[in-house]
Design a binder for this molecule. Structure first.
Ligand code: NAI
Ligand code: UGA
Length: 431
């Protein structure tokens, strides 16, 4: 049954949620507080890049509208979906101020059937919101936790064909309503209590981050033993009990969620009096992995003062324009601290208007970035790198040294093209 839904937040998750709910037949009003975002969306421009999103928004213009006004968004709505950001506070706990702002808006909408939180929140948040709604005389408004597992760059596909739809609720009617909203989505529904649903989200991200940090630790051990991490983890991942996904070694994980959610889960554990040792180490291995990339380059070419280093890729992964917690930020910062000049290439990132990005030069192409450089570092595995004429590029460099932080290039081929090729967890090869 088609419902009227108010989505709060027009970011990566809010826009994908709004567009996909419209695709499922619902009438959706998306509300944001950022005037420029709402103005752009109303003018038919999508302020973020996510494959297929702009097309979906355009296709459903009649039942997908945008507003700055919270009361206008909830006026006709049966369900509120909370998709606002939950960044870390100075203490590492998730900042829920934006979620509470939406709760305040919902307090003025006693006609709502359900208040559903999709934002990633600490376990216990649903119970607190439930209590506030009850105190405000809104006991009849159901509470749902419906965490999101989409990955950027494939979010529309992930939303429409998820591995699972997790629904936490305090009552069966709300769980049934949230499940019904997903009719048409190709994935199994798993229903549970609210704290468990909140914990599923944090655990999933922490487990994925753990796999990557473990892969990176094994890669670092491979470097000291002569083993090749891609061969090792390829065969390890062939065991169906372990799985091949998220075992790709490199310069570590970044993005808008793994870093903040790992820290938030750690804070949650500490608040409850437990020291999460594995999670602590997962975070530490990741922090070290980015710095190690620059150390390994220095080990090869010596002091970086006066040298130019080309950084290939800025976003935290390919297929997105998202620069939040991108490993490139730490790498560029370290290169500049070591006295290098930095030239960056990325097909999609907008150069952030703050340090260290204000101190770099931006190149229009990989070839332009490499020309005259004393070394290059692959930081994001953009597919454009496959099309580069690496032999020609090597000739244009002051020194053909390449650190592949994502293990995307073939060592033998790079040596043939004239490079000293350093990668993660594999032997360095020379021309
Ligand atoms: N980005 C991702 O791939 C994923 C994000 N999540 C979670 O989803 C939540 C949202 O993340 P993103 O979309 O990436 O954040 P975002 O920062 O891209 O978007 C959040 C939006 O909420 C708006 N906002 C803030 N207060 C508001 C209010 N009171 N009313 C209406 N809008 C308001 C902001 O202006 C912003 O446009 C976070 O909790 C995140 O952890 C979960 C899964 C995946
Ligand atoms: O909560 C979230 O926001 C989302 O976080 C991640 O999605 P996302 O951050 O978009 O990106 P991923 O594809 O998971 O990659 C995260 C980071 O890990 C790195 N990574 C990934 C996989 C791998 O094998 N090795 C590796 O270093 C990527 O380069 C990237 O920096 C999860 O995959 C989603 O399920 C989740 O919903």
């Amino acid at each position: 049954m088609a419902r009227r839904i108010a989505v709060f937040g027009a970011g990566y998750i809010g826009l994908v949620t709004g567009a996909c709910l419209a695709e499922l037949g619902h009438t959706v009003v998306v509300r944001d507080i950022a005037e420029d975002k709402v103005a752009a969306l109303r003018a038919g421009r999508v302020p973020i890049y996510e494959p297929g999103l702009a097309e979906l928004i355009a296709a459903h213009a009649e039942r997908l509208t945008f507003t700055l006004d919270a009361d206008e968004a909830t006026a006709e709505a049966e369900v509120v979906y909370v998709c606002v950001d939950t960044p870390p506070t100075a203490s590492g706990d998730a900042d829920l101020s934006r979620v509470w702002a939406v709760v305040d808006s919902a307090k003025r909408a006693a006609h709502l059937k359900a208040f559903v939180v999709k934002s990633t929140v600490p376990v216990g948040t649903g119970a607190r919101i439930r209590a506030v709604l009850d105190t405000a005389g809104l006991a009849q408004v159901g509470y749902g936790s419906n965490p999101e597992f989409t990955a950027e760059g494939r979010a529309v596909r992930d939303f429409m064909r998820p591995d699972r739809i997790v629904i936490g609720a305090f009552d069966e009617a709300t769980a049934a309503l949230v499940a019904e909203i997903h009719e048409g989505v190709d994935g199994p529904v798993i229903t549970m209590d609210v704290p468990s649903a909140e914990m599923v989200k944090l655990t999933s991200n922490a487990f994925l981050a753990t796999k990557i940090s473990f892969a990176n630790e094994i890669a670092n051990i491979c470097e000291t033993t002569g083993a090749d991490v891609t061969k090792v983890l390829g065969a390890v991942g062939a065991d169906h009990r372990l799985g091949k996904h998220f075992l790709h070694a490199g310069i570590g994980w970044g993005g808008s969620c793994f870093p903040k959610d790992a820290v938030a889960l750690k804070a949650l554990a500490s608040n409850g009096g437990y020291h999460p040792q594995i999670l602590t180490d997962v975070i530490e291995v990741n922090n070290h992995q980015r710095r190690r990339a620059v150390t390994r380059l220095k080990d090869e070419i010596g002091p970086l003062t006066g040298k130019t280093v080309a950084v290939l890729g800025m976003t935290f992964k390919p297929g997105t324009d998202d620069m939040r917690e991108a490993p490139s930020t730490v790498i560029v910062d370290r290169l500049l601290s070591e006295g290098a000049s930095v030239v960056c290439w990325d097909p999609m990132a907008r150069t952030p208007a703050h340090a260290p990005w204000t101190a770099i030069r931006r190149a229009e192409s990989v070839e332009e970035a490499l020309s005259g450089a004393h070394a290059a570092m692959v930081v994001t595995e953009w597919p454009q790198l496959e099309a580069v004429d690496w032999r020609l590029a090597a000739e244009s460099m002051a020194a053909a040294v390449l650190f592949d932080g994502r293990n995307v290039l073939e060592p033998e081929r790079m040596a043939e093209c004239g490079y000293t090729y350093i990668s993660v967890g594999r032997a360095t090869v020379r021309p």
